[in-house]
Design a protein around this ligand. Structure first.
Ligand code: ATP
Ligand code: MG
Length: 779
């Protein structure tokens, strides 16, 4: 029926429309890249709002990044025709988790002003715990244990539930104890880590059915984007909120409690993942740790009407397996939500036929896919094929990409429509350097970024401690930065004093300066620190926060420390500190800012300038650009060696999905690059073209004729220059360029060309700027 459709519906194809208009019951949209899944979600929300089915606050919508959440909100406003007030529950799993937790912190033993620790804090904390256990922290690295905890948390496992084998594998069998100690320590610090942002709400809901019921009543609609990348904890969280399908509870009237012991472990191992989730959702805590001791078992849930949940995803774009994402979640949807409507979308609205063809051909090399048809309506006779270029090294690559971008600029393309997607973040620097030289605006999105820089972290520690006096990690970070003569011994004394009395270190400092436990010099220094913080804390409520922040950095001597520093980085660090203060302006309070920094995954840069985006492939998910550059398609880098070593075939397939994600970000143009020499960790390595290049279809790809000034890579048509190789680590490239490069290398190194890491150290002169030393990683 075509009667009076609202505008926002008329642009949709029939399948999309069905997904938008099926508001009752569970819906899964399973479809390839660029088919409008996100658009369906956005339109669905607009539809719910404009038909008055729910208030903005009754919609729970999960996106993968904060940026995606902001964009979705904007677009909903456009569709509805006016700015959307509220939508407080539109965000990432983490940001929604924080919100829930701030509301109900006391139910899990926290106060509502709890701190969110980042990875660095977590590692420091674990290191202390390991040392406190009298264990050697070199033999049992904190970082490794932090990784284990993260993995457990991604799977939704509390200490009592971790596999016996895991518990035994670390710290002479003390893995479980350490995990418990870690959780307790977090509570003492009034802090939580990222995993807790999901797990605490899960615990809370399980233990407080009345609270869960409030949210059941509240959330009329649940929507999830990028569903293929949810991990088990997220999935448990969603299912709790989405409620279980009717009748499911009877399946496990009294699930066996998690139990220590080998026999149990074997049983657990043979259970399907689905049963495990089931069990974790309903199992009582058998052996409560101190942490969970006070939290009672959730009572049997009342049956509720089915929830209106809509998830969209693409199994071919599952790229977070290494972080615990379970693509199975998408495959199980119909089972978990009986009667679900599964909708497929096949029309791609984003890319040209060449781009789509290249991506489809590549991903077809994966096994175990659901398989999808994709066709595009965006084709034009003038469409460019996917370009493949070669360069001598990464500097050359950055230079050539820069030139290409300048050309696009001359042809009146916006920089905003251009993105460079790298496999590993270290690849970014070369482009950044080059763009600075060229005066090309760029922004870095995601990845190691501004807030992770040393000086920023120090400054943030000051701010954290002012807002949150129990933040011992912040205290330890800055108590002797700048140097105040508060050495390790003083800090250890302070630490012991605090632990003995179970008080935060700043409070301990306040007390200890009244005693004669410290040497006069240390006592004086500590007295100054305590006085400073006291003053800043009182100013917190009265002084504008940016002003206060500046004052803190000045009065603490932190700014002066860098001013006195004569190293090459010091000026940059001072600039960064200035930039930090500037970035606080957008927030109402220091606390608000701290929370933002803890959460934000996108690099905050001037959003309004016309700039090339640089980001990792992982953070490019869901985005689209007219022109995409994909540098670094070399064996070892892409596919990444670590993924191959640790993941085997599955690892390779995940890398291939990443390549698929990369290519399908492009609307009109896609340029792929590989280099023959790359510096990794400061050492030059010889590299080979990625096997993924071989997997691109001839029809849709064009190998650049003449890319680089070194001229080693003139290629004929694609026919002769296919990167044929039977074994990727055998040196059997057929391209003239590669032959030439090979010759060059053989002359230079005389042997071992083409082995995986190279075994020679050589000095050769090349390049415009005179001879350079090139080291090829030795054994
Ligand atoms: P990905 O898998 O990469 O996340 P997606 O399936 O979420 O992709 P969208 O980002 O929603 O796809 O849509 C891709 C592009 O196609 C967007 O620019 C979107 O506006 C456009 N688009 C989607 N549906 C339609 C439509 N019916 N008519 C016109 N354009 C559309
Ligand atoms: Mg999308």
């Amino acid at each position: 029926d075509k009667t009076q459709r609202p505008d926002y519906l008329s642009g949709l194809n029939p399948e999309q429309r069905e997904a938008v208009e099926t508001l009752e019951g569970p819906v899964l949209v399973l479809a390839g890249a660029g088919t409008g899944k996100t658009r369906v979600l956005t339109t669905r929300i607009a539809h719910i709002l404009s038909t008055g089915r729910a208030y903005p606050s009754q919609i729970l919508a999960v996106t993968f990044t904060n940026k995606a959440a902001r964009e979705m909100k904007e677009r909903i406003g456009v569709l509805v025709g006016h700015a959307v007030e509220g939508m407080p529950w539109l965000g990432t799993f983490h940001s929604i988790g924080v919100k829930l937790l701030r509301r109900h912190a006391e139910l899990v033993g926290l106060r509502s002003d709890f701190t969110i620790l980042d990875t660095d804090d977590v590692v420091r904390l674990i290191k202390q715990l390991i040392q406190a256990e009298g264990l050697d922290d070199k033999r049992w690295p904190a970082k490794q244990f932090a990784g284990m905890i993260d993995t457990w948390k991604n799977k939704g496992l509390d200490p009592a539930q971790i596999p016996e084998g895991d518990a035994r594998a670390f710290a002479n069998g003390k893995g479980r104890e350490l995990y418990v100690a870690y959780q307790n320590r977090l509570l003492t610090l009034n802090a939580c880590d990222f995993g807790d942002l999901l797990l605490h709400p899960i615990r809370m809901f399980r233990a407080n059915p009345d609270v869960l019921k409030d949210y059941h009543d509240k959330f009329r609609y649940i929507l999830v984007d990028e569903y293929q990348d949810t991990n088990t904890a997220q999935y448990m969280w969603l299912r709790l909120l989405a409620q279980r399908p009717q009748g499911a509870r009877e399946k496990h009237p009294s699930p066996p409690p998690p139990h220590k012991g080998e026999g149990q472990e074997r049983v657990a191992a043979s259970r399907s993942p689905s049963n495990l989730v089931e069990e974790r959702l309903s199992a009582p805590q058998a052996s409560p740790s101190p942490l969970w001791g006070g939290v009672g078992e959730g009572k049997s849930r009342e049956e509720k009407p089915r929830v209106n949940i809509c998830c969209v995803g693409d199994d071919d774009q599952s790229i977070y397996g290494w972080r615990g994402a379970e693509v199975d979640n998408i495959l199980r949807f119909e089972k978990d939500f009986p009667g679900a409507k599964v909708i497929k979308l096949e029309r791609n609205y984003r890319s040209t036929e060449h781009i789509l063809g290249a991506a489809a051909h590549l991903i077809a090399h994966n096994e175990g896919r659901l398989g999808k048809t994709l066709f595009t309506d965006r084709s034009h006779p003038d469409d460019e094929k996917v370009h493949v270029h070669a360069a001598w090294d990464s500097e050359e690559e950055a230079r050539a990409v820069g030139e290409e971008i300048e050309q696009l600029q001359r042809r009146k393309h916006n920089l905003n429509d251009i993105a460079i997607l790298v496999r590993a973040s270290f690849q970014m620097r070369e482009f950044e350097d080059r763009f600075v030289t060229l005066g090309l605006n760029y922004r870095v999105i995601g990845g190691p970024r501004f807030y992770e820089r040393l000086e920023i972290r120090d400054a943030m520690a000051y701010f954290r401690l002012v807002c949150q006096p129990a933040d011992d990690l912040a205290f330890e970070r800055i108590v002797n930065t700048p140097k105040r003569g508060l050495g390790d011994t003083t800090v250890r004394n302070l630490h012991d004093y605090a632990r003995a009395r179970d008080i935060p270190m700043l409070a301990a400092a306040t007390e200890i300066i009244e005693t004669d436990e410290l040497k006069p010099k240390a006592r004086k220094a500590l007295f100054d620190v305590v006085t400073d913080f006291r003053r800043w804390q009182t100013l917190l409520e009265t002084t504008p926060h940016t002003e206060l922040a500046e004052q803190i950095l000045d009065e603490s001597g932190y700014t002066a420390m860098w001013q006195a520093d004569k190293s090459a980085e010091a000026p940059g660090r001072l600039e960064n500190l200035k930039e930090l203060i500037r970035s606080m302006e957008a927030f109402e309070s220091m606390r608000g800012f701290l929370e933002h920094v803890a959460l934000v995954m996108d690099a905050e840069q001037n959003e309004n300038m016309d700039a090339v985006s640089i980001m990792t492939l992982h953070s490019a998910k869901g985005l689209e650009f007219d022109t995409i550059f994909l540098p670094g398609w070399e064996e070892g880098l892409f596919p990444h060696q670590r993924a191959l070593d640790e993941g085997g075939r599955a690892g390779l397939e995940e890398e291939r999905r990443l390549a698929y994600v990369g290519i399908t970000r492009a609307k009109r143009r896609c340029h792929i690059w590989f280099v023959s020499n790359r510096r990794i960790h400061g050492l030059w390595q010889t590299t080979m073209p990625s096997r993924f290049l071989d997997e691109l279809p001839i029809d849709h790809v064009e190998v650049a004729e003449q890319d680089v000034s070194y001229g080693g890579y003139n290629r004929g048509g694609y026919g002769q220059s296919r990167f044929d190789k039977a074994d990727p680590f055998e040196n059997t490239y057929q391209t003239p360029g590669w032959k030439r490069a090979q010759q060059h290398r053989t002359e230079a190194t005389r042997d071992n060309w083409g082995t995986r890491s190279g075994h020679a150290v050589e000095r050769i002169g090349y390049g415009e700027s005179g001879p350079r030393t090139r080291t090829i990683e030795g054994e």
